[in-house]
Design a protein around this ligand. Structure first.
Ligand SMILES: [Mg+2]
Length: 217
């Protein structure tokens, strides 16, 4: 806790940009099912495809007699397209306090459970050229397993930044968990959308705005 951090790693959704509207994602899931020839998926199956484990995805694919990778590719592609539309329309927007971390002297990275391509679209649209490294999930079944709380992408980011002591900033328990497993400190950003949300593990810090970050470094 008395560390002098030489790098700051940010989660994206709910930290740098507003989360994607749930209805937009639900619609993308329906598009994905249609792409693989399923026209009337149950609400339950829509929910499953929103955030599956590899096992539940395989069971789902078997139910509709489609290839799991094909179903997952369709799902990721639909989510990338739908979110790009939201980004370009300004509905998935940067939080105002991002300006306060754009000039940090430390190295910076993004580690997100969103698609790698979606993070790329965000960097491009909002010109986040101060971000040194970024990792989203790959559009493969491996990408599902490598999501936080698994520290896979976080560890890649730490390696890329060549950091001695990094701080991870997130708005979910998965961020706190991944940071802990990777052996680094975590700041939980409690924005309005996570008001009252409990955490299974105490973060190193709890902050209400990204404006607090520079004071922690
Ligand atoms: Mg988040």
């Amino acid at each position: 806790m008395d560390a002098e951090y030489d790098a700051v790693v940010f989660d994206n959704d709910g930290v740098l940009t507003t989360p994607t509207d749930r209805e937009v994602l639900v619609e993308a899931i329906h598009t994905a099912f249609e792409t693989v020839g399923v026209t009337n998926p149950s609400d339950d199956h829509v929910r499953t495809l929103m955030g599956p484990s590899v096992d539940s995805l395989c069971i789902l694919a078997e139910t509709y007699d489609v290839d799991p990778q094909e179903l997952w590719t369709a799902r990721e592609h639909a989510a990338i397209e739908a979110q790009l539309e939201e980004i370009e329309a300004g509905r998935k927007r940067l939080y105002d306090d991002v300006a306060s971390v754009a000039t940090l002297k430390t190295a910076t990275a993004i580690v997100s459970n969103n698609q790698h391509e979606t993070i790329g679209n965000i960097l491009e649209q909002y010109e986040l050229d101060w971000i040194d490294a970024w990792y989203g999930r790959e559009p493969t079944l491996k990408g599902i397993d490598r999501k936080k709380p698994t520290p896979y992408y976080l560890e890649l980011a730490l390696e890329a930044l060549d950091t001695e002591d990094a701080l991870f900033v997130g708005d979910s328990w998965v961020d706190i968990e991944a940071a802990d497993t990777a052996g680094i400190d975590a700041a939980f950003l409690r924005r309005d959308h996570v008001e009252g949300v409990g955490l299974p593990r105490e973060p190193t810090y709890e902050i209400e705005s990204l404006e607090s970050i520079s004071g922690l470094l």
